[in-house]
Design a protein around this ligand. Sequence first.
Ligand code: FCB
Length: 485
Amino acid sequence: MVGGRYWEDAPIVALQRGSGAFPDGFLWGTKTSAYQIEGSVDADGRGPSIWDTFSHQTGATRNGDTGDVACDHYRRLDDDLDLLARLGAGAYCFSIAWPRIQPTGTGPANESGLDFYRRLVDGLLRRSIVPVVTLYHWDLPQSLEDAGGWVSRDTVGRFAEYTRIVAEALGDTVSTWITLNEPWCSAWLGYATGEHAPGIRDHGKAAAATHHLLLAHGAALQVLRATIPSAQVGIGLNIQPIRPASDHDDDRAACRRVDGNLNRLYLDPLFKGRYPDDMLEHYSGHAPGFDVVAAGDLETISRPIDFLGVNFYSPTTVCAPTRRAEAQAAGFWIPEPDHRARVGDLNAVQVLRPEVSRTQMGWEIEPGALTEIMVRVHDEYATLPLYVTENGAAFDDYVGPDGEIRDAERIGYLDGHLRAVLDAVGAGVDVRGYFVWSVLDNFEWAHGYSKRFGLTWVDFPSGERIPKASFAWYQRTVRDNALEP
Ligand code: FCB
């Protein structure tokens, strides 16, 4: 369907919506990340990452929670592999902890670190599950942060070196690679709002980090192409529709800024080989900002990728700070404190629609926004294959007296978003697969263990796993390659 025009494919929309059936070969999966599940942070020569340091700082995470033990996945690997086999999804996306491979972010490979991922990949393949590897899901070796982290251009070279080590070790067995997970979060939550590791609050540094992360993606892509010629390589972006609270020029301008920071700052360089002018201007007063861009960088960043990973949870609506009162009068709710994470320094305020249900994270539930963002990528950027590489929700799950976890809200959320995927397919978007975040409840970054996204309940700290109702629902969905009517 790639290259087709969506109106020509219109009848397929009706057909697929009716049947709830997914295209043949659609890849079903779940996703996790190393720091959120592994634990065993000192095992087998692993060095500290910025998340070890950050989570141990007072007040950095809810309840002082850390990933020291997390789901204890490192030690429970075989049981978790069996759980994945039981789920029946054909793919599993996990991330590699850079500090297990190079404890200080440089130098020779730590073979015992690599061995863990070799065992993981072999265990997946033995169970006929396709491994999808994320090279970087936020756990930078602390030594590299001490040398400047993503604000320093040197980190790009270090990442290329690390990529080569991993590609050489796993290239025979892994063919699908995601260079970076959500570089927006690494840059803006890590270096601008300070909500994530390394906890820095400096917009100029966040802008420079954005560029170095994207350049690291480009460098890793080249390494992967050279090391594993048949590799399928992509990047995972947390893109989403941004809407203005009203048609007023100021709200529309606020919307454009937030869209620029969250979406275009990543999509434009990757697919058009340039940063958006309005964003370059917006950050021009912040040093070092985009002054770090050197000749040739954008060519490296925009080299063609094989797929784009779309991580989607929720759309965002914003108003101009001067129009809070009007937004409130129009019925919007303004959370206090507002979600500065998304809109910090952009002269915009996030507003919520009271009539729209929200997850436990406070994120609005609007499945159609997933269709919208995928159609936008297809129409404005590229017709390349897309995977929904993250989608899921935290709710107030609990274990009932009978031992069951009846997470009907999660089933509703996932069902709605999968229908939105079918709508995108029907509109001509080449969506190849869908990964639920996540198979296990896990360490939800600054929220600690207070937010549960899993299809499986994890009893912290005993580590017991109890599949929730959504686990059985996803089992049926992937088995049938279709949603129930
Ligand atoms: C995404 C992250 C993932 C998880 C989900 C809920 O932004 O990539 O690690 O925290 O949100």
